[in-house]
Design a protein around this ligand. Structure first.
Ligand code: PGA
Length: 250
């Protein structure tokens, strides 16, 4: 059975001490559910603290928020995939809208990162999504397909290693959420894109992200097209995150 994923993107919050305190509080109350995994994307400096605490919990995983595609060398400030793997990361965000729109990363940069991760056996959590003006111009699906298109040469086996998060840019950190049915339409298009490249559409995991909170998570994850959520702001408080990560659990 395809497990749901509840992923916390801590962005530039919580250093090693904050991450330890968060997980100590979270783990006191957390009850694993066989239908889901909970992923944490801390800052790179807090990764080891998270890995240490999630290590003995099979449903909990740690990843990084960004990687560079070269494995080593003179790239000051960058983090390589082998380093992230050595430190215990099993996944990495790629193509997050803040990387695309604040740091100017292109579809091609995103694809290179995804390829480096897949080659090393880590799961890229590829974020795609349109800006408000693109949605209003009716371009949502073409933008998402263009973002996916950079991965076209990956081949079916590698594509099957990706997890996707649909995160409309206008919903991130704004309090505006796509309705479950709006998200479902885009999720279905993402699945169809993979299906067209030989990846069984039903096996592709597509999460929703953008202002997910305690009040809307239940409706989102009960939509069959939505395989989980990627959460920023509401993942920073352990009690709130616990309620989100356990929403609709068995
Ligand atoms: P948000 O962020 O939940 O604060 O909207 C989501 C994300 O950026 O991944």
């Amino acid at each position: 059975m395809k497990k749901r994923i509840f992923a916390a993107n801590w962005k530039m919050h919580l250093g090693p001490g904050g991450a330890r305190r968060f997980l100590d509080a979270f783990l006191q109350e957390y009850r694993p559910s066989s239908d889901r995994e909970v992923w944490f994307f801390p800052s790179a400096v807090a990764l080891e603290a998270v890995v240490e605490r999630v290590r003995d919990h099979s449903g909990l995983k740690a990843g990084v928020q960004n990687v560079y595609w070269e494995s080593k060398g003179a790239f000051t400030g960058e983090l390589s995939v082998p380093m992230a793997r050595e430190a215990g990361a099993v996944a990495a965000l790629v193509g997050h809208s803040e990387r695309r729109h604040v740091f100017g990363e292109t579809d091609e940069d995103t694809a290179r990162k995804a390829k480096a991760l897949i080659a090393a056996g880590l799961t890229p959590l590829l974020c795609v999504g349109e800006k408000i003006e693109e949605r209003e111009a009716g371009k949502t699906l073409s933008v998402v397909e263009r973002q996916l298109g950079a991965l076209d040469d990956l081949g079916c086996d590698a594509l099957a290693g990706l997890t996707v998060a649909y995160e409309p840019v206008w919903a991130i950190g704004t309090g505006r959420t796509a309705t479950p049915s709006d998200a479902a339409e885009v999720h279905a298009a993402i699945r169809a894109w993979f299906g067209g490249r030989g990846v069984p559409a039903a096996e592709v995991r597509v999460l929703y992200g953008g202002s997910v909170n305690v009040d809307n998570v239940g409706a989102l994850v009960s939509e069959p097209e939505i395989d989980g959520v990627l959460v920023g702001g509401a993942s920073l408080d352990p009690a709130t995150w616990l309620r989100i990560a356990q929403a609709g659990g068995d």
